[in-house]
Design a protein around this ligand. Sequence first.
Ligand code: ADP
Ligand code: MG
Length: 632
Amino acid sequence: MSDNKHTFKAEVNKVLDLMIHSLYSNKEIFLRELISNASDAIDKARYESLTDASIAEGGDEWKVELIADKEAGTLTIRDNGIGMTRDEAVEALGTIAHSGTKEFIKLLESREVENNPELIGQFGVGFYSSFMVADQVTVITRKAGADANHAVVWKSDADGTYTLEDGEKDGKGTDVILKLKEDETSYLEEWELRKIVKQYSDFIEYPIVMEVTRTTPDPEDEEKSVTETKEETLNSQKAIWLKSKDEISDEEYNEFYKHLSHDFTDPAKVIHYRAEGTTEFSALLYLPEKRPYDIFYQDYKIGPALYVRRVQIMDHCEAMLPTYLRFVKGVVESSDLPLNVSREMLQENKVVNVIKKNLIKKVLDTLGQMKKNDLEAYEKFYAEFGRILKEGIHHDFERKETIADLLLFESTTTEPGKTTTLADYIERMGEDQKEIYYITGSDRASAEASPYLEVFKEKGLEVLIMTDDFDDIIISGLGSYQEKPFQSAIKGDLDLGETDKEEQKKTFGDLLELMKEELKDVVSDVRISGRLKDSAVCLVAGEHDLDPKMAKMFEAMGQDVPQGQRVLEVNPGHDLIGRMKEAFAENSGSEQLKEYVGLLYDQALLLEGDKPRDPVAFSRALSKLMAQGVSM
Ligand code: ADP
Ligand code: MG
């Protein structure tokens, strides 16, 4: 291997291989990806040239050129953007830096991409899509500001290797030269390129130009014709967010969204407005219909693109939206910010904070309107993003009530899959009901089967069913809604007026004391239950303890969970408890009785889906008991 020959990282080969051999439709999106890279490169150069004039190299006619050479069978995508150094080229064109690569490969293998090739852009492997139409790709690139003889020539046939050589390049920026496959030469035709640019890249703010040759009749002599070649701009370069609403069609809105987000579905909602006053800005925001695959990743990019006087300052301004609204995509442009604003400055910037407040309000208002006017659409949105929106209750104290208005939950009275708002729940509460009841669980079925709901069922009380893992933290943070406190069905002492606890305490007091003594190492108390109907016992966490499900989750993640000991609750109406009381009256020192107490505790563990403390001993004791039963 000569020293300019390099091998691709394994994941690149895999992506290339799948891309070349399993994608047959929508191949034309390679052009969108390459133009998008060119436009990104120009964004960077233009932005850097604001503080370092040498980057512009004396010209700032930013543009992307398409050069179709029919003789050579090549299509070149040229930009005069930032370019790449040798090291940058190795890094950018020989590896895949994104954390979603594994998922992407899985997706490719599952053939989902075949039907939705737009996913390619989302996964940030756009450059490699050029190999869908080309069997050789050459990249000639020179970093803006570097000498002409400092260019790099990168070349690959997608055979697992690429070469890198030193080269020369007059203009700054990058040429991507595609040697088109034999049956892909339609991408050299003017009409085809025009169509693709119009469809996918119309909004690119730099001109995408191409030389076109026209032959027209000679006005002087009808027998002859004149042929002229001139440069034409193929895209309209409209900054759609600066136009007024009535000038923009739904289709234009949708295409721009897809360009921004690399999403392939139309957005669920468009929010477009201009704020005037002390701080002026334009915002075009979108609520997607589907949750992006990477929204829970660390490196997920939050926030709208930020423009200042038509210059893109950054593609994601995270200072402008809180993380719980990270599903919102869009563009914000303001003339009240300096062009050379840095990421660090943004966090502290007054104007940014005013805009941020305004955007949050607008998004939350829009969601409220959606919920009110088109519940079905809102429910769809919520199914995708409710889990994220909900984080706001924890993080945005100031707006937690507003966000709580937007929550939806299933409940023991909604039909499966249908939800209720908290306000509607309260509306249905009976006069005596003082609290909002909820139960947490991994899914509706297991929550509904829980013994903790027995008395609620008996009394016909509606209980909200919460199945997101952090719901309990969210609800604890919220505390109450419309002045009604929340009460967990599985935590704390519950009094639904069903049992006269004081009376029962007198009756069962001695037995409870014995149980407490026997179980003193595992529970903090044994008490009469206000929540059981059919089960004999259950374990209950303290009001302020972590939900047992959450505690388990944290433990699984290797975290120490300061968990108070739980309380064993006893159902005084249960036969077994009654019999145990009688046995206790006969012989308070009975060994068998003590064994039963242990078994009851293990049963309570089982009811929670946990294991008995010592499964072998438990099973033996149970068999012994059953044997007694059989012999009777
Ligand atoms: P993404 O654009 O999502 O980062 P791509 O596969 O499209 O992923 O491109 C990979 C990287 O290659 C880019 O991030 C950029 O660093 C570099 N790159 C690609 N095309 C160009 C270009 N025309 N000019 C400068 N850098 C480029
Ligand atoms: Mg790209």
